[in-house]
Design a protein around this ligand. Structure first.
Ligand code: ADP
Length: 660
């Protein structure tokens, strides 16, 4: 047995935090590495030691093998835990660790290598009696041959980049017409994304469910499976909700699939944690091998919840050369577990990721709840990394109880400062078909009206607008030094209502209000009058009584965006229009900045181009609202910093104009 005293974690975020926790439990010293963007991250603080390794772009830090290896040596690490993503399935890195005398906490490099290519993986699995999706995974990669294979199989087919992963490099072809073009395009995409144009062609399983088995092996030839997880709820071929056991699992099916999973493990002399992914055909009841992920999965807590095992500890023990501490017979699931991935992304805008600062992150205390995250209030979601904020895992004795708990947590969780998929997740968990376990990988696409989730009830919007207005009023009130005895808005002309203008759900809202005495107000919104009492205001919270009913709203402000949350109505984004139209004050002479976090849709000008006052310069999109930045004076475009498609934060310098 090799002793491990110190582990360097070649990863970041929640998975780094997760590994650190088990290290501490085992009395192992943890070393975190971090990039520029992560300097003040939670996981960096949690580790026993933290070392800066480079710029924010992954290639300059978390993917820089030289730096990671030299840091491991410098800090006296015995082993490297790669987490998931980054270098976790990089065979060159695994081999290098071994050469440098460092233990790579993962399977042997031959296993990683064998599963790194979808074609090699399928060929190997076929040899070991693991059913694979019918298809072609041959060496002959000529377009004519691939076309012929697709036609032979019958449509629809799925083209996959052999080197693909993470849901990238896949393309469905529905009919014979255009198949050649699709193959050519898929090859081009694959070449540019993965540096390899090899494709496999597969039968497309229309009502497929993604069911995967956790496998585990040691260096003594033992291999077991640790039950299944169902991960069919996906967007862009990526998982958002995972559960165990799978609603379609029977004892017999589990035995069959489990056996196939163990066969796969044995075929690879598998000696650490891995996942064998299958696609299960709901119609025929057949299942087929998809791939083996030779690392810890994002969704591993689901398995930990139902088995009580610590998979990270088991990984470390296997890497030390210890035999598995459990046998197949010991593996028994208890109860049900469901994981929801909270992302900084806009479900109503094709799940596009968003960036920003998590101003608040709080969740309720619920028995059986586990939250995996490295986010705390103030953490940034940057453009450099995956926009996952947290994994929320609930465990209970029945599936119904798990659903109820998850609903409760998703309602009460407060995560403010940017758009998240919180309301989408809640909507999913409230869906009757999902609750009945009737779903497949196309569920989101076929059954969920994404646009409607963001659309809130007009009355809720009015309540949110009232609370936001009073929140702002209170802040101004506090800031006032003169006339302390009179509330703001209580002026000579106090009979005149004051107004606020907001944009909610792409519609303009005009809010009129009038102070009617201490903490008492009347609001006028869309012909309705509301009697309002301000009960209490805290930094991020306001309690108001509106037409005799009391509400608590959570509020966070970012620039001119107000994030308002309440457990009944979910999240409402209120965009504040200028209270007092600003006299454009330029921070940089001729500089134009983004007024809010946005995506750059189009750059309308070129360097050196003459522009006239009022001419459009850049089109930005924020929360689905397009916004054209216009020149405020005549000039010549000096320098452009905006790149189309980029996600930027408020205050980002888009371009500079000079005076001719
Ligand atoms: P990646 O390596 O990119 O994760 P996978 O092969 O694991 O790719 O597939 C990802 C997802 O794509 C699966 O979970 C499933 O939803 C879908 N998928 C893959 N193969 C098929 C298929 N043959 N038919 C239908 N859906 C598929």
């Amino acid at each position: 047995m090799k002793n491990i005293e110190t582990i360097l974690i070649a990863n970041r975020g929640e998975i780094a935090s997760r590994v650190i926790r088990t290290c501490r439990k085992m009395g192992i010293k943890s070393v975190a590495v971090f990039s520029e963007a992560d300097r003040d991250a939670l996981f960096v603080e949690q580790a026993d030691m933290a070392v800066f390794i480079g710029e924010s772009a992954p290639a300059a830090s978390y993917l820089d093998q030289d730096k990671i290896i030299s840091t491991a040596k410098k800090t006296g690490a015995d082993a490297i835990h790669p987490g998931y993503g980054f270098l976790s399935e990089n065979v060159t890195f695994a081999k290098r660790c071994a050469k440098e005398g460092l233990i790579f906490i993962g399977p042997n490099s031959e296993a990683i290598d064998a599963m790194g290519s979808k074609s090699k993986a399928k060929t190997l699995m076929t040899k070991h009696k693991v059913p694979v999706v019918p298809g072609y995974q041959g060496k002959d990669q000529r377009v004519e041959r691939l076309t012929k294979e697709a036609e032979k199989m019958g449509f629809p087919v799925l083209l996959k980049a052999t080197a693909g992963g993470g849901g990238k490099g896949m393309r469905i072809v529905h009919e014979a017409k255009g198949v050649e073009k699709a193959i050519e395009a898929a090859k081009r995409e694959s070449l540019s994304a993965f540096g390899d144009e090899e494709l496999i062609v597969e039968k497309y399983i229309a009502s497929g469910r993604h069911i995967e088995f956790q496998i585990f092996g040691d260096q003594h030839g033992n291999a077991i499976h640790i039950l299944e997880r169902e991960c069919s709820i996906q967007r862009r071929y990526q998982k958002v909700l995972e559960e165990s056991p799978s609603p379609v699992m029977s004892k017999k099916l589990r035995e069959e699939m489990g056996k196939a999973a163990v066969n796969a493990a044995k075929a690879l002399n598998y000696d650490n944690a891995g996942t064998v992914e299958f696609i299960y055909d709901d119609k025929s009841g057949d299942f087929y091998f998809l791939e083996v992920n030779t690392r810890l999965q994002v969704e591993h807590p689901v398995t930990e919840a139902v088995t009580g095992l610590d998979l990270v500890q088991m990984q470390i023990e296997s890497a030390q050369g210890l035999p598995l501490s459990v046998t197949q017979k010991d593996i028994k699931g208890s109860g049900y577990a469901l994981e929801a991935r909270l992302y900084a992304e806009d479900a109503s805008n094709d799940f596009l990721p968003v960036t920003g600062t998590v101003q608040r992150f709080e969740y309720p205390e619920v028995a059986g709840l586990r939250v995996e995250t490295a986010i705390r209030s103030g953490s940034k979601i940057s453009v450099f990394y995956d926009p996952m904020i947290a994994k929320i895992i609930v465990h209970d004795t029945s599936r119904a109880a798990v659903m109820r708990k998850m609903k409760y947590v998703l309602k009460h969780l407060v995560c403010q400062g940017m758009t998240t998929n919180q309301d989408f997740l809640l909507h999913m968990v409230e869906n009757a078909e999902f609750q009945a376990g009737k779903y497949d990988t196309h569920f989101i696409q076929n059954k969920i009206d994404l646009a409607s989730i963001a659309k809130k009830d007009p009355n809720d919007k009015a309540l949110a607008a009232i609370s936001a207005t009073l929140y702002g009023w209170q802040a101004r009130e506090k800031g006032r030094t003169l006339l302390r005895s009179m509330p703001s808005g209580w002026r000579n002309n106090f009979y005149e209502p004051q107004f606020e203008a907001y944009v909610i759900d792409e519609t303009e809202w005009k809010i009129g209000y009038r102070s009617k005495g201490k903490n008492h107000f009347e609001f006028y919104i869309c012909e309705e009058t509301y009697a309002v009492n301000l009960i209490a205001v805290e930094v991020h919270q306001i309690r108001v009584e509106i037409n005799e009913i009391q509400y608590t709203f959570q509020i966070a402000k970012s620039g001119n965006e107000l994030f308002v949350h309440n457990e009944r109505m979910g999240n409402i984004l209120i965009i504040q229009k200028e209270r007092f139209p600003a006299k454009e004050v330029e921070k940089i002479a001729g500089g134009y900045e983004a007024p809010m976090p946005s995506q750059i849709i189009k750059v309308l000008v070129k360097t050196g181009q003459k522009v006239k006052s009022g001419e459009g310069l850049v089109i930005l999109s924020s929360m689905k609202m397009e916004n054209t930045i216009e020149a405020v004076e005549d000039g010549v475009v000096d320098e452009i910093y905006a790149t189309e498609g980029g996600n930027i934060e408020a205050g980002f310098l888009l371009l500079k104009l000079k005076n001719k």
